[in-house]
Design a protein around this ligand. Structure first.
Ligand code: FEO
Length: 164
């Protein structure tokens, strides 16, 4: 594996683990509001991000590379409202999509065909992740962070089951 590819994959692993950390922080925020359904949903999202990091970790070693661990940045810990929290989640997912796109461009540039195949899964996953975040954000904007509707959305999000 070329060093430039190994470095880029390691950076992406860091992004995925940061995402996991960030979503756990959002989950903690929802716990503090006693919105257990939102907290549950974000906690599962955080666990899913960890599996994304591990998928790249395994791929790196399958290709005879090595994971090198850099510090994971502190995520935001304060949010203005549930809508603000999901706004930040949405922005973050758009950012992650950009990092995956750049990684794919690098794989094309370096003619790394196995990596292009590996990244196709991530490209499809990002479409799904952005869609989910956008749907919940739009629902929050509609109901305006309060009342019975927020209570019902919390119940609905609490029913999310683990994908893994
Ligand atoms: Fe692994 Fe939500 O990006």
């Amino acid at each position: 594996m070329k060093p430039v590819i190994q470095e880029a994959l390691n950076r992406q692993i860091n992004h995925e683990f940061y995402s996991s950390y960030f979503y756990l922080s959002v989950s903690a925020y929802f716990e503090s509001l006693n919105l257990g359904g939102f907290a549950h949903w974000m906690r599962l999202q955080g666990e899913e991000e960890r599996t994304h990091g591990m998928k790249l970790f395994d791929y790196l070693h399958d290709r005879n590379g090595q994971a090198t661990f850099e510090a994971i940045a502190q995520p935001p810990i304060e949010f203005q409202s549930p809508t603000d929290a999901f706004q930040q989640v949405m922005q973050h997912e758009v950012h992650v999509t950009e990092t995956i796109d750049r990684l794919y461009e690098l794989a094309v540039q370096e003619k790394d065909y196995p990596m292009q195949v590996e990244l196709q899964w991530f490209i499809s996953e990002q479409v799904e992740e952005e869609k989910q975040a956008r749907q919940i954000l739009d629902q929050l904007k509609m109901i305006g962070d309060q009342g019975t509707a927020l209570y019902l959305l919390d119940k609905e999000l609490g029913e999310r089951e683990s994908d893994g």
